[in-house]
Write a protein that binds this ligand. Structure first.
Ligand SMILES: [Mn+2]
Length: 432
């Protein structure tokens, strides 16, 4: 029977980066935001010691930058030294953000840090009390992109112990930037029992039995593109009692909150703000209170009488809403920071249902547009014509909030908006 092995699997620490907010960090009050990325790694180190794990795995992107920040490197070194005192080794691969440095690391890292090679797969044998209990295999990025299909070369001499493979990949066989492999490629490799993946910043379990395929995600999200709670996996591989648990680490959580204004039959900004506070209060009550705070993007949606007001002075109106909400939510525990408010509302057309019903042309137009939505070829055509700022390739690691990525949901919304706009124009120009 294989010996049991217990370890922590993390990835994408991005040390040296920090939370990005839609404001300047100005006071001691912001210390929490400044240190959150470091704090999340502290929690991982504490957990490794408390759980007395056999080792810690980091599947790439320890550092945010190829050049490494001195502060981040110093910090990482100290934390690794702490694990060394407890006899815990760290096995890591370099990812696309912190590829191998020819000139060496900035600081000499302690001996318990084992970095996988770039030119071939490194295999580390893990011993406890003189007995082999597991193997860790991995290969590092040479540069900020990596087109080698590395997982093919992960071969273990035998299956007498669990073999754990570290890989930094987007898990997309067509993406040659971040190791082009598919889930099937990983399943087909019979040598590996647990694929410890890194690169995608959302935690996800791709395969929940041998071979396990798991992304731990980023321990602390840094912008509105990295929503949800961050953490790591505590893993215990054992013939009769295998388990893996997601453990939370983020102090701050980014979330998007959609608020539909269709039900708000009011016309003034003050009534809107009152309504938003009520909606956000309800949302706040529903949140997990075991964190330092929340950073929220408020998305205004739906058909509203306030549409014209937004058309005329969107920038000032949004600024006014943000200022009001920020002061209303200041001083709470957990904290609640309104990062931004995005207006995606559309115009309310009076008696629209009646008009559609009575107007054969508009009725025909709507049915024509619904048919397009169901036609894959036409949808692909439309995607191509949307222009360069729209990125049809969704980058799962860095969902840049400033870049437009065409997900199915966004495309659906665009169709709806386009439909509304066309109908609105027709009706207004006819002067109905
Ligand atoms: Mn990363």
């Amino acid at each position: 029977m294989k010996p049991s092995v217990k370890f922590i699997h993390t990835a994408d620490l991005h040390l040296g980066s920090r939370i990005q907010l839609n404001k300047d960090f100005d006071s001691d009050l912001d210390e929490g935001y400044k240190n959150a990325v470091y704090n999340s790694f502290d929690k991982i180190i504490e957990a490794a010691i408390e759980n007395d794990v056999n080792f810690l795995i980091i599947s790439g992107d320890v550092f945010d930058n190829e050049s490494r920040s001195v502060k981040a490197t110093r910090y990482f070194k100290e934390k690794c030294e702490k694990l060394k005192e407890h006899g815990i080794n760290i096995y890591l691969i370099n990812g696309n953000h912190d590829p191998y440095r020819r000139e060496g690391e900035l600081l000499q890292l302690p001996k318990n840090v084992k970095i996988c090679d770039t030119e071939e797969v490194s295999t580390f044998e893990i011993y406890e009390e003189g007995k082999l209990i597991a193997r860790v295999l991995g290969q590092s990025y040479r540069g900020s992109s990596e087109s080698r299909k590395m997982c093919t070369f992960y071969t273990a001499p035998d299956q007498s112990v669990y073999n754990i493979g570290l890989l930094h990949t987007q898990l997309d066989p067509n993406d040659s930037n971040y190791v082009p492999v598919s889930k099937k490629d990983l399943l087909d490799n019979e040598h590996i029992d647990y694929w410890a993946l890194g690169h995608i910043h959302q935690n996800q379990v791709i395969n929940d039995h041998i071979p396990y395929i798991i992304y731990p995600g980023i321990p602390q999200g840094r912008d509105i593109g990295e929503t949800g709670i961050g953490g790591y996996y505590l893993v215990n591989l054992e013939p009769e009692n295998t388990y893996y648990e997601f453990k939370k680490t983020s102090d701050y959580i980014f979330e998007r909150l959609e608020i539909n204004l269709s039900e708000l039959n009011k016309d003034t900004l003050s009534e809107l703000i009152y309504f938003l506070k009520k909606e956000i209060d309800k949302y706040y009550e529903s949140l997990d209170k075991e964190v330092q705070g929340y950073i929220i993007r408020v998305l205004l949606k739906g058909k509203t009488n306030l549409y014209d007001m937004f058309q005329e002075q969107e920038e000032e109106a949004i600024e006014d809403i943000i200022n009001n909400l920020r002061s209303y939510y200041s001083g709470r525990m957990p904290s609640m920071f309104i990062n931004d408010v995005v207006n995606r509302t559309s115009k309310k057309i009076q008696d629209l249902d009646y008009i559609i019903e009575k107007d054969p042309f508009i009725k025909e137009l709507i049915s024509f547009m619904s048919n397009i939505k169901g036609n894959e070829e036409k949808v692909e055509d439309i995607k191509k014509q949307m222009g360069d700022i729209w990125n049809p390739q969704v980058d799962l690691e860095n969902q840049d909030p400033k870049e437009f990525q065409i997900t199915d949901q966004i495309l659906e919304e665009l169709f709806e908006e386009a439909k509304d706009e066309i109908i609105k124009e027709i009706i207004e120009r006819r002067d109905l």
